[in-house]
Design a protein. Structure first.
Length: 388
């Protein structure tokens, strides 16, 4: 397929000379997201006090259905939304009755867990075992072995790791260990959702899945979600009043909770991100674009850039270590990550030259997406050759 710059005309027109190769970070927003934002404003004022009937009757069910179809979930009722994944993570962990909570994780999780986990440890509220990502070749086996050794209340790992781009291939093995009595398995899918085809149908009854719209879902901030398997964490301690509407269950005289994924609802929040998400998903459907087709387009561009770097056509990038080379596997990140001591300086030089990338410590990342074509990659190669 070819690039679909037409779907991003508003975003691209705001800075026509910019080369935005950070689609894995702040993905540019399609025109349909602008239309969704405007629809949110119009309907909020048109329906006013009655808008929540519309939101819970139409907007949220549509968004739940989009997520369920994307992940091949058995029911959209297992999906609940929040402004960020941190809020949802807090609700899950609050439901673990054993204190301190015994957590198995990695040294490569995103900051929403990394910082919170460190603070829980300081406060004596958690004991965390972190399996190192490196060496990458043996990580999956080492992590599953640690999980099988037992002694954990919660197992948390990324589907695709945010810094390195490596994909975790053993979710099914973790699901086999999951139990409503513990351990609970939580997958951070932020770099997997709509980046690569993801089918959770075989594990959805045992695995929590967290993701959101900031990156490959192209919908911006505020549209994060949780898939919550039935029977796991039925009564989170951190809870909002939205969780007390619907089919309720709980001890007589106690706090009642919805019996579906809505048990993880919080309280009043800005609904406009869901309008953006619904608009984007509708536009993709109308254009006949699936995650598989968009990923194939991105991978072709990544291969073009990777080859140029290896051939020495992109300046000093050839001296960096490409830690997640494109090898043809489907379930991978949609960015290339290069490790070098000069990564921070390289990112600054590229930005001065009009190329947007991002950097994590000593790793510079180049993200690829639907609004780029081969000519953009050739421009990127030329800028790297002259600037680095």
């Amino acid at each position: 397929m070819t690039a679909r710059k037409d779907l991003f005309s508003r975003a691209l027109s705001l800075d026509p000379e910019r080369l935005h190769f950070a689609a894995h970070s702040h993905h540019l927003w399609p025109d349909a997201s602008f239309d969704g934002q405007m629809r949110a404003w119009i309907e909020a004022n048109q329906f006013a006090d009655r808008k929540w009937d519309l939101i819970f009757g139409e907007v949220i069910p549509e968004a739940q259905a989009h997520v369920a179809r994307e992940l091949n979930l058995p029911s959209p009722d297992t999906v609940v939304f929040a402004p960020n994944t941190h809020d949802l993570l807090l609700r899950i962990v609050s439901g673990v009755e054993r204190k301190p909570v015994r957590i198995l994780s990695t040294d490569g999780e995103f900051h929403s867990f990394r910082r919170q986990g460190e603070r829980w440890e300081e406060a004596g509220e958690a004991v965390i075992t972190r399996v190192p990502l490196e060496p990458f070749a043996t990580f999956d086996d080492r992590f599953v072995a640690a999980a099988r050794a037992g002694g954990f209340d919660l197992i948390l790992a990324s589907q695709v790791f945010f810094r390195t781009g490596q994909a975790f291939s053993r979710i099914a093995d973790l699901a086999d260990l999951a139990d409503p009595a513990g351990p609970w398995v939580v997958i951070d899918g932020y770099h997997g959702f709509m980046a690569a085809p993801t089918d959770l149908s075989a594990v959805a009854d045992r695995v929590f899945y967290l993701a959101g719209g900031y990156k490959y879902a192209m919908s911006g901030e505020g549209v994060c979600f949780l898939h919550a398997p039935d029977g796991y964490c039925p009564r989170p301690v951190i809870t909002g009043w939205f969780a007390e509407f619907g089919d309720l269950s709980g001890p007589p005289g106690g706090v009642q909770y919805r019996s579906d994924g809505g048990r993880f609802w919080g309280a009043t929040f800005d609904i406009s991100p869901l309008y953006r998400f619904n608009g984007v998903r509708r536009a993709l459907d109308e254009a006949g674009l699936t995650t598989a087709t968009v990923s194939a387009h991105a991978h072709a561009l990544m291969a073009q850039f990777q080859t140029a770097v290896a051939d020495g056509e992109a300046g000093r990038l050839k001296t960096a270590e490409l830690i997640n080379p494109l090898t043809g596997e489907a379930g991978r990140a949609r960015f290339l990550a290069f490790r070098h001591d000069d990564a921070q300086a390289w990112r600054a030089r590229l930005l001065e030259a009009g190329v947007v990338t991002d950097v994590r410590d000593d790793v510079i990342r180049f993200g690829f997406g639907l609004y780029q074509d081969g000519a953009d990659v050739e421009r990127l190669i030329a800028v790297c050759e002259s600037a680095l």
